[in-house]
Ligand binder design. Structure first.
Ligand code: B3K
Ligand code: ZN
Length: 877
């Protein structure tokens, strides 16, 4: 395995002016002819070698300026192919043979269920043809696809279709031209028997764009939501970022075998079916939201990623972090901004914080990697998005827009680096570029989650308050942390609500500070009463906050904070505190029954929740979803899933008991049983009822079981069915087994619903789920070739079922290890991702740690892909 370093970056010696591809899809292989026009870069030495990359290719012929070359003319070592006679430039023609049917890794050109498709990001194009497969080599493309007309009536590639027609022996062809220079990772090709939904979009400048969503015929009735989402996203990007679409056609293809969510290939997005198909009968609210978000995300890449791309893969966050921020902004405006924000934050705190605290921690812009596919991580995506958001908070919406305008304009058609993004922000806002870039770059370079310590003192006589914030970060391999720029949004909550205060210095707002030194103190005047500080409103920075807030202080925030996000965040903090305290009591053998009055959280919620359920049902439903075990695992030094689960359930009971009447009347509304509408209000009502049903299952299991059965039998949509099934199975209510069987009988023909069926069982929070998972792996419908199915069973078990996975004797780890070996042999990317679940080991008790380490060592003794080996080695280190 070779480690690649950012510091070793070298610009390519040859520019690629144009790429011409001819792809013959034959019955058992494909033949790819490439004609590449190169020109030596002005900066390159005269004797520079032409360096291309190729993997898993059968090379049939090579010619330089039409003269055939022989194997003596080039060197080919590993994936690197070098030719020394390229001089000032010329035309390289190659022909290779590849085997799409045998490609189980789902990277490069592969065929599954008869459909040919490609996945080139990050380094898949080198499995299609010999090529300068690096993101800083951009060229125009012309692609001709030839295939059997009957089995592959649809032939697609990037750009515009410029020719098509019949070929010999029942074959046909199509030629596509993409006028926008692009790197090879954005190339795509699709061929198969697909139906299409067509619509259109008129851009702000009046250009008509054809929109097409290709799916299997049976799925055509599930495309409306994606189409609407695409149109909304296109308009939004024009209005919010001034970004217009730039081709005559925008195509989305739904593929059932796909390693991730979707891929932003220029003009031809390829989507996992789970991220494009949506229909009320088969898709939950969460599914609808995901489709909207992913369609938008891939569309937004057309500017943040495609028009301005990345110089090298170390800059991945440049397109991913920024684009995630953009899709989060978009989603917030479609439904509820507060719910969107708290979901994004809970996700970050639960998963990215854990990544940053564990053995797989890395910088948002890492310094090195072995396998780039291992770096499509929460840190690069979600923490990367938080950095963009902090810039937005710091510069303000208009300042940020000036910066993004400058960035898109300056680097259009180029491959950029993080510094280019930051300097655009500084230049467009008249800030000192070097200082700004140097300061903000620290967020990209320093791994780990910063800690901010808060101390404050209120002086009754002078009515002043002093606030001191101290930041610290643990140092990681060789990087000494330097102070970060940390935007702090804040407010002061008095006995009856928000207080107005004045910041007794400079012209800064009293609602937003910038902490940029290791320690800083601010003085506020006219603070009429002792306030509770509401800090980091809307999670203004991805930090851990240490503030000495009492239970009463948190209860005040829950009742009175005008910032809804921080009300939610205070419930999370208080719930965490009470769950950890309970777990500690259990550990000491103190097992007395808990009463609601023992819990400050229960008291605070009892006082305000019933009213909130009416005024803001979306927020109300979130306040009852206490932190899950994955979140809690990050808050403790030694993680005992079973103990935390028990404590969490005990607290839930305390919280829910006083709310029983209110929960009953919510359920009586039966919004869940009315026809599906995709709107913030309808979704809030459904999510409140789903939470109420789950609550009732703890208070009155029989009544909850009856209601869940009723939902299942008359459910007008999948949101109701799935909520009922989850409650029955996860709470082990009477009739759960029969419901599982009936659900299967009803939905076995719908792969995406069946994925949910598998996932619901694999994530049931009981030790017995391990046996269930063993059985599911033997189920006729389990298919190790379909990543969605593997994730639904193995992924849910390992990453979303801590109680079953962390079996004391290590049987959960054994199960995962067995599956990893099977999966790794065919699909390294998928296996490597699933292996990440073992990264939790430093948090476990010594006995479990020993089990995981034994599992890791046994795995590392096997033959593994470089992807999975890198992940396991980093986890083990
Ligand atoms: N850019 C792709 C991810 C590619 C992953 C390659 N292993 C999807 C996205 O982030 O939009
Ligand atoms: Zn992306």
């Amino acid at each position: 395995a070779i480690t690649i370093y950012l510091k070793d970056y070298q610009a390519p010696h040859y520019a690629l002016e144009h790429t011409d591809l001819h792809v013959e899809l034959l019955s058992d292989c494909a033949e790819v002819s490439a004609t590449l026009r190169f020109k030596r870069a002005a900066s390159a030495p005269k004797d520079a070698a032409l360096t291309l990359l190729g993997a898993d290719l059968e090379l049939l012929s090579v010619a330089w300026n039409d003269q055939p070359l022989s194997a003596d003319d080039w060197q080919w070592q590993g994936e690197t192919w070098q030719f020394n006679g390229a001089g000032e430039g010329g035309v390289l023609s190659t022909k290779v043979r590849i085997y799409p049917d045998k490609n189980l890794a789902l990277e490069g050109l592969y065929r599954s269920h008869g459909l040919y498709c490609t996945q080139c990001e990050a380094e898949g194009f080198r499995k299609i043809t010999l090529f300068p497969d690096r993101p800083d080599v951009l060229s125009t493309f012309r692609t001709t696809i030839v295939a059997d007309q009957a089995s592959c009536p649809v032939l697609l590639s990037n750009g515009n279709c410029v020719a098509s027609g019949k070929a010999e022996n029942g074959r046909h062809f199509a030629t596509w031209e993409d006028p926008h220079p692009k790197p090879s990772y954005l190339f795509a090709l699709v061929a198969g028997d697909l139906a299409v939904l067509r619509d259109s979009f008129t851009t702000a400048s009046g250009r008509e764009v054809a929109l097409e969503i290709y799916t299997a015929e049976v799925d055509q009735d599930k495309c409306d939501h994606a189409m609407r989402s695409l149109q909304t996203a296109m308009r939004w990007d024009e209005q919010r970022y001034g970004c217009e679409y730039d081709l005559d056609r925008y195509m989305i293809v739904a593929v059932s075998h796909f390693n991730m969510g979707a891929m932003e290939n220029k003009g031809l997005n390829v989507f996992n079916t789970s991220c494009v198909l949506a229909h009320p009968a088969t898709t939950t609210d969460a599914g609808f939201q995901r489709v909207e978000a992913v369609v938008a995300h891939e569309y937004f890449h057309n500017w943040s990623g495609n028009r301005v791309t990345c110089r090298d893969w170390f800059q991945l966050c440049l397109k991913e972090g920024f684009t995630v921020f953009r899709d989060q902004q978009f989603s917030a405006e479609q439904l509820s901004p507060v719910v969107q924000r708290l979901e994004d934050v809970a996700f970050l705190q639960t998963h990215q914080f854990a990544e940053d605290a564990g053995p797989l921690a890395h910088a948002v812009r890492p310094e090195s990697f072995v396998e780039i596919n291992n770096f499509y991580t929460l840190t690069i995506y979600e923490k990367g998005a938080e950095i963009a958001r902090m810039l937005h908070t710091f510069l303000g919406a208009e300042g940020f827009r000036r910066g993004s305008d400058h960035y898109f304009k300056t680097y259009d058609g180029q491959a950029a680096i993080v510094e280019d993004f930051l300097s655009s922000m500084a230049i467009a806002n008249g800030l000192a570029v070097d200082t700004f870039v140097c300061q903000w770059l620290r967020w990209y370079r320093q791994p780990g989650t910063p800690v901010v310590r808060v101390t404050s003192a209120w002086h009754a006589d002078s009515k002043t308050l002093s606030l001191t914030l101290t930041q610290s970060q643990t140092s990681h391999a060789g990087v000494t942390p330097e102070p970060l720029p940390i935007p702090v949004r804040l407010g002061f909550i008095g006995e009856t609500g928000e207080l107005t205060t004045t910041l007794a210095s400079v012209s800064a707002s009293s609602h937003q500070l910038l902490l940029e030194k290791a320690e800083q103190t601010w003085h506020f005047s006219q603070v009429e009463q002792a306030p509770v500080l509401s800090l980091f409103r809307d999670f203004s920075a991805p930090v851990r906050v240490q503030a000495a807030l009492s239970d009463e202080d948190l209860a005040r925030l829950i009742r009175l904070d005008s910032n809804s996000f921080n009300r939610w965040s205070a419930t999370y903090t208080l719930a965490t505190r009470e769950i950890l305290a309970l777990a500690e009591q259990y550990r000491r053998g103190d097992v007395r029954a808990r009463q609601p009055q023992d819990s400050a959280l229960a008291g605070a919620l009892a006082a305000m929740w019933p009213a909130l359920a009416t005024s803001d049902p979306a927020l109300a439903s979130k306040l009852l979803q206490l932190p899950n075990l994955a979140y809690l695992s990050d808050q403790v030094s030694c993680y005992d899933p079973a103990a935390l689960q028990r404590a969490r359930e005990a607290l839930l009971l305390q919280v829910l008991t006083p709310l029983e009447g209110s929960l009953q009347s919510i359920l009586a509304n039966e919004h869940m049983l009315t026809p599906y509408v995709y709107s913030a209000a309808a979704m809030a009502a459904r999510s409140l009822e789903a939470v109420a049903l789950d609550a009732l299952a703890r208070l009155q299991p029989e009544a909850a079981a009856t209601m869940a059965q009723r939902w299942l039998s008359v459910a007008p949509h999948m949101s109701a069915e799935q909520a009922a099934l989850t409650t029955l199975v996860h709470q082990q209510l009477p009739g759960a087994d029969a419901a599982v069987q009936a659900f299967y009988a009803r939905w076995q023909h719908e792969p995406l619903v069946l994925d949910q069926w598998f996932a619901t069982q694999a994530s049931a929070p009981h030790a017995s789920a391990r046996n269930t998972v063993e059985a599911l792996l033997q189920h006729d419908d389990f298919d190790a070739a379909v990543p969605n199915r593997v994730r639904a069973v193995v992924g849910q078990f390992a990453s979303n079922n801590p109680v079953a996975f962390h079996d004391m004797a290590g049987k959960g780890y054994d199960l995962l290890a067995q599956q990893l070996l099977l999966i790794d042999a065919r699909n390294p990317q998928l296996a490597s991702r699933l292996a990440g679940a073992l990264g939790i080991w430093p948090k476990l008790d010594p006995a479990r740690q020993a089990c995981v380490l034994k599992t890791l060592d046994a795995l590392l003794n096997e033959s593994l892909s470089s992807d999975t080996r890198e992940t396991l080695t980093r986890i083990r280190a």
